[in-house]
Unconditional design. Structure first.
Length: 319
């Protein structure tokens, strides 16, 4: 029997094919999604009642369940979120009426965001002797702390009065944005350069904020009161309040309400939204850049968010 063999030409061809495949495999770079791509959209926590829980109709003096679907469709994690029930106490009761939850936001490992189910056990009370039925409203209110953040390239114009020869490397422009993966968004950054003499300037940033969700902003540090077990106990001054958690521009910083006042001042902080809109103005101290340049502006807002959903249950008299 003759032994099978490969000719020299065939060996060269096979080796060439293998080499090409190996080079192609080595040069192939899978795109790893950036976490920023998940910080888009206008939704944060999305929740609703589970169908049939509560039921549309239930007899008096009977037990029933109240269930809620929760999903974090935003780009930020929720820690110690709260859901509290509001019941017509003369006709219904539940224990407990308050539960907490943690949900991760959208990410590479959870593109749709984390999901959870909450269940409350409740029971109806006796209705009036002269009534055959009574319609009662069940309200579920969610309270959670959330954020909005953006990083943008901005131009620092060292020659706003056009006194230096040569072409500038950049031009100052306002920045228009849409959303950052939550119900509150930084929608516009207006920039103004203020000449101060002796080649010094100040830079002023006006940060425009919009509530694009269906709920209401609240001070991030007051969500426990906004979702108290016995109902909201929050004073008006805490509603529609948004905090600037971070402002960072080169060596200029503002963090958690504290700043190096020799660098930047941000006012008002916190800001109160009116008709779902508000603005914060951050102004740097005087400084003398040698030339115009591009740098990064980093912004982060912190806020609480409150939203309610309701459903009507018909309580019927027992035969």
């Amino acid at each position: 029997m003759k032994k099978a063999y490969l000719s020299k030409d065939r060996i060269i061809i096979i080796v060439s094919i293998i080499t090409v495949l190996l080079v192609a495999a080595c040069n192939k770079t899978d795109k790893i999604p950036n976490q920023d791509q998940y910080k888009k959209g206008e939704e944060g926590l999305v929740f609703d009642f589970i169908k049939g829980a509560p039921p549309e109709k239930v007899y008096e003096d009977s037990k029933f369940s109240i269930g809620l679907n929760l999903r974090n469709k935003g780009g930020y994690d929720i820690s110690h979120g709260i859901v509290v029930l509001g019941l017509e106490k003369d006709y219904m009761e539940a224990s407990p009426t308050k539960q907490t939850f943690d949900l991760k936001g959208k990410s590479l490992y959870s593109p749709a965001g984390d999901f959870a189910l909450l269940q409350f056990e409740a029971n109806t009370k006796l209705i009036e002797a002269m009534s055959e039925r009574h319609k009662s409203t069940v309200i579920a209110t969610s309270c959670y702390r959330y954020a909005a953040e953006t990083v943008q390239n901005v131009c620092i114009d060292a020659d706003v009065l056009q006194t230096r020869p040569g072409k500038k490397v950049c031009e100052v422009q306002d920045i228009t944005l849409t959303d950052q993966g939550g119900p509150l968004a930084i929608t516009k950054i207006e920039q103004r350069t203020i000449p101060k003499g002796d080649n010094k300037i100040q830079v002023e940033f006006t940060i425009m904020i919009t509530n694009k969700g269906k709920g209401s902003p609240v001070d991030a540090y007051a969500i426990d009161k906004a979702c108290g077990a016995s109902g909201p106990t929050l004073e008006d001054r805490y509603w529609n309040l948004v905090r600037l958690k971070m402002f960072k521009l080169s060596g200029v910083w503002f963090y958690n309400g504290i700043s190096d006042e020799s660098s930047v001042v941000c006012r008002p902080e916190p800001v109160r939204l009116e008709n779902n809109e508000g603005k914060i103005v951050c102004t740097t101290n005087e400084f003398s850049p040698d030339s115009s340049y591009v740098t990064q502006l980093m912004l982060q807002l912190e806020y609480g968010y409150v939203e309610s959903k309701s459903v009507v249950v018909e309580i019927m008299r027992k035969a």
